[in-house]
Ligand binder design. Structure first.
Ligand code: FMN
Length: 380
């Protein structure tokens, strides 16, 4: 039975071929930052207050320029369509049923246009800057055409770190399914059937370009090779001039970069270390958040991700200065476990956890929590 994110993780592990489970679950090198993202939430305790009427609680809150019924949204995670058939559409439907946005990764099976055609709720798009500017422009045009208002530019992946689980499983060099891998995939027959039903996966955004090859693995490998390693603040400024909608820089971990993001004209940042998948040894995001919030002092909106598995994690990030948070693996485990229903279940669990935690702290709304800020927490 899935009663929390950890249960969904166990179900995902049982359902996914190991090569894909490890890709989702793992982090860079020794996975220290991955572990710290979880462990450091425990460095804060919640202040409990009693005998305030908490019979109704309001989780509505404001982030990314509008009001949302919940303080969390679904962040960009690559290849959702490999964890469940039509995974991007399934995740977006669950998000929209809960009234929250999904941010589609550049590395997705569904293109933003296909996702827009299949769903009607709020969508954002995550962009990697590619050395071939023409392709980047085409991705932006696709997002514009789909009516995307918010663009997340991921800035912590100019080079890709080493995830040792992927090395061991041969994921990193994978461009085709070898007979040996085929046999290993067959050990997960329910997943195989699900994939067969959804049809041959491709990277939707560039599938029409023959130079990327055929099939998701070859296309993803060719796309990764084109990520611009020279990405700099000048590129952010160029993008700022080009993109008329809201621009969010995802992957900020230092107060200095938060200030530079603001100076470059970004509307918001995501305090993120890519879920511990890039710079191993970097601070956890919950440890980095207070210093960044202090440095920008309200001058730029701050979103947050990394290690969120519990409602209390969300409460802590909001108290420390985030306007909203992005879920990563938490919803992906649900998706891999049970498709759209699995994501819906995770969102429902987190909603309940946030609501109960808020009430047990003696608070009745997320807005009240945000006003209270760090006074809602104590260091352990
Ligand atoms: C399997 C996987 C794929 C990811 N793909 C992307 C991506 O394509 N673009 C991006 O900006 N972030 C990507 N991320 C990072 C997430 O957006 C997010 O920062 C991270 O998962 C948050 O940590 P959490 O999973 O512990 O909550 C990915 C994360 C995972 C686990």
């Amino acid at each position: 039975m899935i009663v929390n994110v950890e249960d969904a993780r166990a179900a995902a592990k049982a359902r996914l071929p190991r090569i894909f489970f490890d890709y989702v679950d793992g982090g860079a090198f020794g996975e220290e930052t991955l572990a710290a993202n979880r462990a450091d939430f425990a460095r804060w305790t919640l202040v409990q207050r009693v005998l305030n009427d908490i019979s109704t609680r309001d989780l509505t809150t404001h982030y990314l320029g509008t009001s949302h019924p919940l303080p969390f949204m679904l962040g960009p995670v690559g290849f959702l369509g490999l964890y469940a058939g039509n995974g991007e559409i399934a995740a977006a439907r669950a998000a929209h049923a809960a009234g929250v946005p999904l941010c589609l990764s550049t590395f997705s099976i569904a293109s933003i246009g296909q996702l827009r055609a299949a769903t009607s709720g709020p969508l954002a798009f995550q962009l990697y800057v590619l050395s071939d500017r023409a392709i980047g422009d085409e991705l932006l045009a696709q997002a514009e055409e789909a009516g995307v208002e918010t663009l997340f530019l991921t800035v912590d992946t100019a080079i890709t770190s080493v995830r040792e689980r992927d090395l061991r499983n041969g994921f990193r060099a994978l461009t085709r399914i070898s007979p040996a891998l085929g046999l290993r995939l067959l050990a997960r027959p329910r997943w195989c059937l699900d994939m067969l039903r959804a049809g041959m996966p491709e990277v939707g955004a560039i599938a029409h370009r023959p130079e990327f090859g055929k099939g998701v693995l070859e296309q993803a490998s060719n796309l990764s090779r084109r990520i611009d390693m020279g990405l700099s603040w000048a590129d952010v400024e160029r993008l700022r001039a080009r993109w008329k909608g809201r621009l969010v820089l995802k992957g900020i971990l230092s107060p200095e970069d938060a200030r530079l993001a603001r100076a470059a004209g970004a509307d918001a940042i995501v305090v993120s270390n890519h879920g511990g998948r890039q710079l191993d040894g970097a601070p956890s995001t919950i440890a980095a958040l207070p210093g960044i919030a202090e440095a920008v002092d309200g001058g730029i909106e701050i979103l947050f991700d990394g290690g969120i598995r519990r409602g209390a994690d969300i409460i802590k990030a909001l108290a420390l200065g985030a306007s909203g948070v992005l879920l990563g693996r938490a919803y992906v485990y649900g998706l891999a476990a049970a498709g759209e229903a699995g994501v819906a279940r995770i969102l429902a669990h987190l909603t309940e956890e946030v609501s109960l935690t808020l009430g047990l702290m003696g608070l009745t709304s997320i807005e009240q929590l945000k006003k209270l800020g760090t006074a809602a927490l104590k260091p352990r």
